[in-house]
Each structure stands twice: as structure tokens, then as C-alpha cells.
Design a protein around this ligand. Structure first.
Ligand code: NAD
Length: 466
């Protein structure tokens, strides 16, 4: 395995040692048009960020049925993550995982090395924390690679502007780009959208969404021997620069799926939230958030988020229309159990123990169970577009979803009304040098003399979150 503690990778050593070196040296810096893989041609895959979701997405990419795929390179900053998930992938897909030690790369530059093992028209999966998205997506575009990248794709105004420009560039280069807002690929939600567009619940007049769970995003003290930057990267939900916190990382799904059903992005957010029960946690999150998003026609989305043990859990999204109401999500992302009801009385489902739902005279329609996994469908759809060379680019939509999510978060963290334009033009970049991080170098956020990190102060800090 190639490890590079300083992040200043020994490119020469890599180029002379690896099987992909010749291709890499021949291609570096040259923007080639993507090669489109025909049905029978193997699409090579590189995985950057080999954690839970990256590994899941790689499994989905190796499970597509419309042509051969092969995992050829892996990159991470934590050896154990890379090795453990390599073992998992190799065990499950022995014939499709071909990642010898010299195509396993470690360090903040490892993404470049992994991408050098691909040829234009291959696929890279970005499963790293969101802060790294624009850096790694820029390189994928430069190399002519199709990309699947997890959400959120940005965490602040400046990186959203950058990502929107990259979205345009990738579309211009006819690259196919998937963004991990997998609900958009769920056939049940697609059917619900069609029914809403057909007028089955009338005009949407309000929406509600809930992501209330027992915890998340906390951080204990930095363990001995772990650098500040590696401590924060490994607890990325705790630090706003790395992930946008639990607000961006968790809540983006509900905000995106409601906006999709509405057919618009919200134009402003006002919010309340607080940090009451974090105990000794060193993270930057609030433990409660309540946000009112306003759409261009004045329709509101009321969103509640809570990360607090002992409180009632709820995970759901609802649309209320002039003629009826709809359930967009129930309990989890999948199955969505989408339904349409006559009137506005939607039975609340907060536990699996309530399933299957009893007969309800107000139920108009329910998507038949079982549902296919949208995590598989999003990769099926992306790979089909690559093979058929169909236009397919979710990067702009992913950046917009990330932006409106940041808008809600900033409204809560500052105690101000934040508009779409204010969020887009906000100049607070949380991690300006994230492309230059090294394993032992300075972190984008430093603790104060008391060992604590800055947290949002609504009403005190009004034009930046910390
Ligand atoms: N769509 C979904 O439902 C869903 C579910 C879970 C996670 N996610 C998203 O997936 C992303 C990863 O989340 P996760 O739960 O898999 O986290 P994770 O911690 O399990 O995985 C992240 C991996 O990236 C590695 N990493 C960190 N910085 C890196 C860098 N600069 N270069 C290379 N590797 C790096 C980490 O060591 C780790 O192995 C997040 O953006 C998260 O929001 C999406």
C-alpha cells in the first residue's frame, strides 16, 4: 500500500512502481474526451473514501447488470478503513475486485493516485466527507472520469459557487455525474411525484419533515497520538467545515425530497435552534433545529431536526395539498412507503411495530411493497447512462440541494433570516485550504486555549456561523 504521511505524495515513486503508472503519466494534465464504454466493455471503478457509504456505493456499482464493472483502485486516509472494506468487497465480489497493494493509496493525495489508475470514461466514487468534494470532483473532471459522489456536495457559499461552475464544466465535457440523493431514484417516490403532478392532492399548500433521533455528531476529546486534522476528519459530522454538521449531512435528504415534490428550491429560511444538552461533547452542532423554508409562491416547508437521547424519534416527510395529502418518507429512506390520503389526517408512523398499517378509509393510494433499493437504482441509472451515452448530470442539482440545506443551517446558527442569494454569496469559506491538507499539518479549525472549538452564537455572530 502506498502511504504518504505528509500528503506530498512521491509521485515519481508511484509512477515507477504501479501498474497504472504508464497510463497515468501518459494522461496526466491532458483533458481527453471520455471514452464511452459499450455494453460489453468493462467499466473500471476507483473508490475514494472507503468508509460505510463509499463501500456500499462500490458494491452497488459492482452489482449492476447492464455490463461488466471492476474495482481497480482504492484511496483513503485511514489504513484500517481501506483494508477492512477491501476485505469486505473482495469477499463479496471476488472476480470483480482487482486491487493489489500497489493500487491501494493512502493520504490526502491518494485520490489523485487512484484516479490515475482509470482511463477517461471510467467511474470514480467519492465517498469522502463533503469538504473534499470539490477538490476530488475537479480532478475527476480533469481526468475525463464519470463520477458518483455522495451528498452533500458543498457546505458553504464559496464552495457552492465553485461546485456550480464544476457542474457546468462536467456537463460541457459530457461526463455523467450521479449525486447520492438516492431518493430521487426511488421508483415509489417517482410514482408519487407523477401523481402529485397529475393533481391527485391538488396544489401543495404546506410540507412538513422530521429527522429526530437519539443523537449524532458528538465528539469526545482528541485521542493521544492522533493529529488534529485526522481527529476532525474522522469525526466529520462534529465539525462544520468537514460536513456542514448533522444539519447538512442528515437533513439534506428531507429538504431535497420535499423540494423535489414542490418543484422548486426554497428562497429563504428562518429558524430556531439551540445547544442545550451537548454535555462534554466538543462538536459544533446544535441539538435542536426548527426551520421554516419559504418557496417562491409562499408555500412553507416546516422542518424539525433533533439529536437528543431520550426524546421521541420521528423520521418522515409529508406534503399537504388542497385536495389531499401525501407521505414522501416513512421511518427510513427506504422503503419510502409512499402514500396518498384523502384529507389532511395522515396517520403518524414512528415505529416499525406499527407495520403493516391497518386498513384506512382515507387511504387513496400506496406504492406496492416491496420496493427496490434506491441505493442500487442510483448506480443502475448512472451506469446505464454511461453505457448508452445519455445526458446525465446531477451535479448542479446536488449543489443546489446542498446550498438550500446550508441556508436553513445558517438561519438557525445566526438567528437571522437567510435568503438563497445571501447563502450563495456568503463569503465565509469554512476550509479555504482543504485541498492542501496534510496528515500532520494544521486543521481548518483550531481549538481555543480551553480545548474547545468555536460554536455558533445566534444573535451575536450574524453573518457567519462561527
Ligand atoms: N446517501 C446516503 O444515504 C448516505 C448515507 C451515509 C453516508 N452518506 C454520505 O457519504 C459520505 C461518507 O459518509 P460515511 O458514513 O461513509 O462516512 P465514513 O467515515 O464511514 O467514510 C468516510 C471515509 O472517507 C475517508 N476519508 C476522509 N477524508 C478523506 C480524504 N481526504 N481522502 C480519502 N479518504 C478520506 C475516511 O477515512 C473514511 O474511510 C458523507 O458525505 C455522507 O453524507 C450518504
Amino acid at each position: 500500500m502506498h502511504e504518504n504521511k505528509t500528503g506530498a505524495t512521491s509521485r515519481r515513486r508511484f509512477l515507477t512502481n504501479t501498474g497504472c503508472a504508464a497510463g497515468a503519466s501518459a494522461l496526466s494534465g491532458i483533458a481527453l474526451p471520455p471514452v464511452h464504454a459499450a455494453g460489453t466493455e468493462t467499466i473500471q471503478v476507483a473508490l475514494v473514501g472507503c468508509g460505510g457509504r463509499g463501500t456500499g456505493a462500490a458494491m452497488n456499482a459492482l452489482s449492476v447488470t447492464n455490463g461488466p464493472t471492476k474495482l481497480v483502485a482504492m484511496a483513503d486516509v485511514v489504513p484500517k478503513k481501506l483494508n477492512d472494506n477491501y476485505d469486505k468487497l473482495k469477499t463479496k465480489f471476488p472476480g470483480q475486485v482487482d486491487v493489489p497493494p500497489d493500487r491501494k493509496f493512502l493520504g490526502f493525495e491518494a485520490y489523485r493516485q487512484a484516479m490515475e489508475c482509470l482511463k477517461p470514461g471510467d467511474l470514480v466514487i467519492l465517498g469522502t466527507p463533503p469538504a473534499f468534494r470539490w477538490v476530488q470532483f475537479s480532478h475527476a473532471i480533469e481526468k475525463g472520469l464519470h463520477t458518483f459522489m455522495e451528498k452533500p456536495v458543498t457546505v458553504d457559499g464559496p464552495t457552492t459557487r465553485r461546485m456550480l461552475a464544476l457542474a457546468d464544466l462536467s456537463a460541457k465535457k459530457k461526463l455523467k455525474v450521479g449525486v447520492g440523493l438516492m431518493v430521487r431514484h426511488c421508483r415509489a417516490r417517482q410514482e408519487l411525484l407523477k401523481r402529485i403532478r397529475d393533481g391527485q392532492i391538488g396544489e401543495i399548500v404546506a410540507m412538513r419533515a422530521y429527522r429526530m433521533g437519539q443523537g449524532g455528531g458528538t465528539a469526545g476529546p482528541r485521542p493521544e497520538g492522533v493529529s488534529e486534522v485526522m481527529y476532525q476528519v474522522q469525526r466529520f459530522h462534529a465539525f462544520l467545515w468537514a460536513s456542514g454538521g448533522v444539519f447538512s449531512d442528515y437533513y439534506i435528504h428531507q429538504i431535497d425530497e420535499c423540494s423535489w415534490m414542490k418543484g422548486a428550491w426554497p428562497v429563504e429560511a428562518h429558524a430556531v435552534g439551540g445547544r442545550h444538552y451537548r454535555r462534554d461533547s466538543l462538536d459544533q452542532n446544535f441539538d435542536t433545529y426548527s426551520v421554516q423554508f419559504t418557496y417562491p409562491d409562499g408555500t412553507r416547508l416546516f422542518f424539525d431536526g433533533r439529536n437528543m437521547a431520550g426524546c421521541r424519534d420521528e423520521f418522515a416527510s409529508y406534503a399537504h395539498g388542497s385536495k389531499g395529502s401525501a407521505v414522501i418518507s416513512t421511518l427510513v429512506h427506504t422503503p419510502g412507503m409512499t402514500r396518498i390520503y384523502k384529507g389532511q389526517n395522515i396517520p403518524r408512523v414512528t415505529s416499525r411495530k406499527q407495520l403493516p398499517l391497518p386498513p384506512d378509509p382515507n387511504l387513496v393510494w400506496a406504492y406496492p411493497q416491496p420496493e427496490q433499493s434506491p441505493y442500487q437504482l442510483e448506480l443502475d441509472d448512472l451506469l446505464a447512462a454511461i453505457r448508452e451515452d445519455k445526458p446525465y448530470n446531477e451535479a448542479r442539482r446536488g449543489a443546489e440541494a446542498s446550498l438550500v440545506t446550508s441556508m436553513g443551517r445558517m438561519a438557525a446558527h445566526t438567528g437571522q433570516i437567510i435568503t438563497y442569494d445571501q447563502m450563495l454569496n456568503c463569503d465565509h469559506e469554512f476550509a479555504p485550504d482543504v485541498d492542501k491538507l496534510t496528515m500532520d499539518g494544521p486543521a481548518p479549525l483550531l481549538p481555543g486555549a480551553d480545548g474547545k472549538y468555536r460554536v455558533p452564537q445566534p444573535g451575536v455572530l450574524k453573518d457567519r456561523e462561527y
